[in-house]
Structure formats: structure tokens, C-alpha cells
Design a protein around this ligand. Structure first.
Ligand code: 6PG
Length: 235
């Protein structure tokens, strides 16, 4: 298993630039090795500036868009155009000037009436392994929609499951630990002083993914800004 790599950016804008550059490098590496790149996208708010930098800056012109396939680490049970839809956030940022790529974006149908069946269907669609998995981390240490103490953290067979989040939107679909563990490359992005305590626990504390699910990605590349890193580096 690869070793943790920590990159501390000055601020969120610097994090977005670093995140886009690192993802672009990993995409190109995957396409060189296997002609295609399967990327699992993170939701929430932090990825948005990274997606803006990756999808609309100079970097975006260097990307092999037609050889990239996009998936999601989790999705909320909301309509596709809902402001809290992870797909909608990506469509408005990463794909804003590349709508042609939407044909290769496989969104998680979390709004489906039968979420068990939707999970099964998505599990079959989700490449094993993903080439790149982008994740965020909540203040409570969750990642994707794997929350502390969730039974989904014990799942070893199914790769996507329906879960009940502790905060709205409660109904979601999420990838499970095997998907994080098998991804060829994991990138975690964390921003903001409100996550400093949890980031320090996640990266320097005892290994206990049931309590801090983001530790499932401890072998990955963590791109954080200085406010988030302040407890880590005792800045
Ligand atoms: C989601 C995300 C989730 C996110 C964290 C951090 O659907 O909510 O996948 O895991 O990465 O909650 O969210 P912020 O980036 O908004 O702080």
C-alpha cells in the first residue's frame, strides 16, 4: 500500500491549483498506462474550486477528455438539478465548458425509488479498481457518505450501498471501504480551520476508520490548505 503524501497549500485558491495539477498528472499517467482513466469524483463544497481549475483553466486544454470516464463516490437522494446534488455541482464546475464529456459521466442514481437496486446497478457499472478516487473529509471525519459508526464501514462485499446520513440530505448512496482500498490512486482534499482538529486526528492519531472513516484514505495524497493543517504542523 502506498505511503501517505501530504501537500500543504497556502489557501483554498492555491489548493485548487495544486489539486488540478496533481489530478491532471494522475489522469495523464493512467491514460498512458491503460488508454483510459476512470475517476471517482467527490461531492460537497471543497472540490468545486478544484473542478473549476481542472475543467476551465489552461490545464483543461491538456486533458485527454475523450479517454476519461467519471463516477461518483457518493450522491444524495435529490433531483439531478438540486443545489445539493453532487452531480449538479460537478456539471456546473468541472463540466461547465466541457458539456461533451457529460456523456461519459456516470452519476449515482440516489434518487431512485429502490435505492438497494440502484446501488446494485451502480456497483456493476463502477470500474474495479478506479484509477483515481477523489475524496473530501467532513468535520466529523466522514468521507464519501461513510459516517462514523456507520454499518457501511463493515461492508466488505458490496461496493455501493444506500445509507442514512446523520444530517440532511439523509438518504444517500455511497461507495464502501473496498472501493477506497482498491483505487489505484486516492486524493483527499481538505480546506478550512474548522477541519484542523479532525485532520490532525485523521493523519496523526490512532488508526480507527470506524471512528474516522477518512482514515480509509490514509495511504493517499492529501492536499490541504494551511488553515486545515494548522494543528498538524503546529503552525
Ligand atoms: C458529500 C461528500 C462528502 C464531502 C464532505 C466534505 O456528498 O457530502 O462526498 O464526503 O466530501 O462532507 O464536504 P465539504 O467539502 O463541503 O466540507
Amino acid at each position: 500500500m502506498s505511503r501517505l503524501e501530504l501537500i500543504v497549500a497556502k489557501d483554498l485558491a492555491d489548493l485548487a491549483k495544486a489539486g488540478a495539477e496533481i489530478l491532471a498528472r494522475k489522469i495523464e499517467h493512467a491514460v498512458r498506462a491503460r488508454s483510459r482513466c476512470a475517476i471517482g469524483l467527490a461531492g460537497g463544497l471543497t472540490p468545486r474550486p478544484v473542478y473549476e481549475a481542472l475543467g476551465n483553466g489552461e490545464i483543461s486544454e491538456t486533458l485527454p477528455w475523450s479517454q476519461m470516464d467519471f463516477y461518483f463516490g457518493d450522491e444524495r437522494a435529490v433531483p439531478i438539478d438540486h443545489p445539493q446534488s453532487n452531480y449538479q455541482m460537478a456539471r456546473q464546475s468541472l463540466f461547465r465548458t466541457h458539456p461533451d464529456a457529460l456523456g461519459r459521466v456516470y452519476r449515482m442514481p440516489a434518487e431512485a425509488p429502490n435505492r438497494e437496486e440502484a446501488s446494485e446497478r451502480y456497483s456493476r457499472r463502477l470500474p474495479d479498481p478506479l484509477d483515481i478516487l477523489l475524496l473530501g473529509m467532513g468535520m466529523d471525519g466522514h468521507t464519501a457518505s461513510l459516517f462514523p459508526g456507520s454499518p457501511a464501514l463493515e461492508e466488505r462485499e458490496r461496493r455501493v450501498v444506500p445509507v442514512e446520513a446523520p444530517r440532511p440530505p439523509r438518504d444517500r448512496l455511497t461507495i464502501t471501504p473496498p472501493v477506497i482500498e482498491s483505487a489505484r490512486s486516492v486524493v483527499v482534499i481538505v480546506s478550512g480551520v474548522d477541519k484542523a482538529h479532525m485532520l490532525s486526528r485523521a493523519l496523526s492519531g490512532p488508526h480507527n476508520p470506524r471512528e474516522i472513516p477518512a482514515q480509509l484514505a490514509r495511504h493517499g495524497t492529501w492536499i490541504v490548505d494551511k488553515p486545515a493543517a494548522m494543528r498538524l504542523l503546529s503552525l
